[in-house]
Ligand binder design. Structure first.
Ligand code: NAD
Ligand code: MG
Length: 400
């Protein structure tokens, strides 16, 4: 680690998003521990500029050159020495730069894959929020982590809870550690109890209004279809080398128990807390230490009760599709992920009804053949083919 002045240099990929903002809030509380090395975002440059002013990173990255020129001008006028770059190559470079100790991978979707993988290949401490990267290229990603000695710390609240509930040497195998099952909790989203006949009328506003978590729009819609839980099953499969049968989804509407591990001796170890992403973010940042996250202590008396139920796979078809692609293997998860990104964007754009998301995902899986997950190029080709197929199906109004 470079640990300049005893502080860790952090690159935040997706700094203007929900996870990015929470990450900066934790970092803000610990200026003695962390220094922001690079802030990377898509196009919200007002927000990014305000972050640059506060954290004075060495680098900032935006999607295209015209935005970079605009931001660079503002930084210069404000007397900042932040150097502004643009494009994927800059993301990759700043995720892997020798000065960087840890990378918060919080870009949403497939766009996060390349820089997140670059951080792993550079042997960084990777704080992984971007589950889509692992869904698309789990095998390649985990190989890169092992081969290059990267430290992978899950930020997704469920996987962070599982990580906290497993022994430190879980990499030697779940069986060897006496694990029977992983209990992956799910809130069930906003439509857990809505009559199925009302699903077709669901609006983007309703889908984005999650009962327990405030999140970006894509993951909010994924939570409403439970595709998010499906992606998380795949994420858990790779992070913990778990067989699909070892991962059980448990609907827990209060979102207080963030997941658990059931052992062969009958013990169940769980992590509980308020539904606030600053807890897993602070855990990943400080691991193996613990630091203040700015999160209020959990009041169990206020929580009162915890409920648990099995998921309804008829209602939440996307969750079943995730188990299906895990069994198919190869590029099937990348195909499902890509179809889902197109479907969610179309739903948010009011081009596809809510029920069309699962239908489109399933239709794309049937149309685009999966191959082996040989290389990054294979994964990106499968991703592109699935996107083309999904867009064509929407254009042809096969899902009115
Ligand atoms: P968000 O939409 O709020 O933010 C996404 C961020 O990614 C923004 O900063 C945006 O500028 C950036 N971005 C998007 N496309 C980009 C591109 N092409 N190049 C560079 N930057 C780009 O999303 P979020 O809710 O913060 O989620 C981020 C990731 O974390 C997702 O993968 C999500 O599944 C995961 N996650 C989020 C939460 C949560 O509570 N929000 C919880 C668990 C996991
Ligand atoms: Mg989660």
């Amino acid at each position: 680690m470079s640990l300049a002045n005893g502080r860790q240099n952090i690159t935040v990929l997706g700094s203007t998003g929900s996870i990015g903002v929470s990450t900066l809030d934790v970092i803000r509380r610990h200026p003695d521990r962390y220094r922001v090395y690079a802030l990377c975002a898509h196009s919200q440059i007002d927000k990014l500029f305000a972050q640059c002013r506060e954290f004075q990173p060495a680098f900032a990255v935006v999607r295209d050159q015209s935005l970079a020129t605009d931001l660079a001008g503002r930084c210069r006028a404000a007397g900042l020495s932040t150097e502004v770059r643009s494009g994927v190559a800059a993301l990759v470079e700043l995720a892997a730069a020798p000065e960087v100790d840890a990378v918060m991978a919080a870009i949403v979707g497939a766009a996060g894959l390349e820089p997140t993988l670059a951080a792993a290949v550079a042997g960084k401490k990777v704080l992984l929020a971007n589950k889509e990267a692992l869904v698309m290229a789990g095998e390649l990603f985990m190989q890169a982590v092992r081969q290059h000695g990267a430290t992978l710390l899950p930020v997704d609240s469920e996987h962070n809870a599982i990580f906290q509930s497993l022994p430190a040497d879980f990499a030697r195998g779940l069986d060897a550690c006496g694990v029977r099952r992983i209990l992956l909790t799910a809130s069930g989203g906003p439509f857990r109890n809505m009559p199925l006949s009302d699903f077709a009328q669901v609006t983007p506003e309703q889908a984005c209004a999650h009962p327990n978590w405030v999140m970006g729009r894509k993951i909010s819609v994924d939570s409403a279809t439970m595709m998010n839980k499906g992606l998380e099953v795949i994420e858990a499969r790779w992070l913990f080398a778990a067989a699909p049968e070892q991962i059980e989804v448990v609907v827990h509407p209060q979102s207080v128990m963030h997941s658990a591990v059931q052992y062969k001796d009958g013990s169940v170890l769980a992590q509980l807390g308020k539904p606030d992403m600053r807890t897993p973010i602070a855990y990943a940042l400080a691991w193996p230490e613990r630091i203040d996250a700015g999160v209020e202590p959990l009041d169990l008396f206020a929580v009162g009760r915890l409920d648990f139920a099995p998921p309804d796979l008829q209602r939440f078809r996307c969750l079943q599709l995730a188990y299906d692609v895990l069994h198919s293997g190869g590029t099937a998860p990348a195909i499902l992920n890509a179809a889902n990104e197109v479907a969610v964007a179309a739903f948010l754009d009011r081009q596809l009804p809510f029920t069309g998301i699962a239908q489109l995902n399933e239709a794309v899986l049937h149309s685009v053949p999966a191959g082996p997950e040989g290389s990054l190029a294979d994964v990106l080709a499968a991703d592109a083919a699935a996107r083309r197929c999904a867009e064509k199906m929407i254009q042809e109004r096969r899902f009115p």
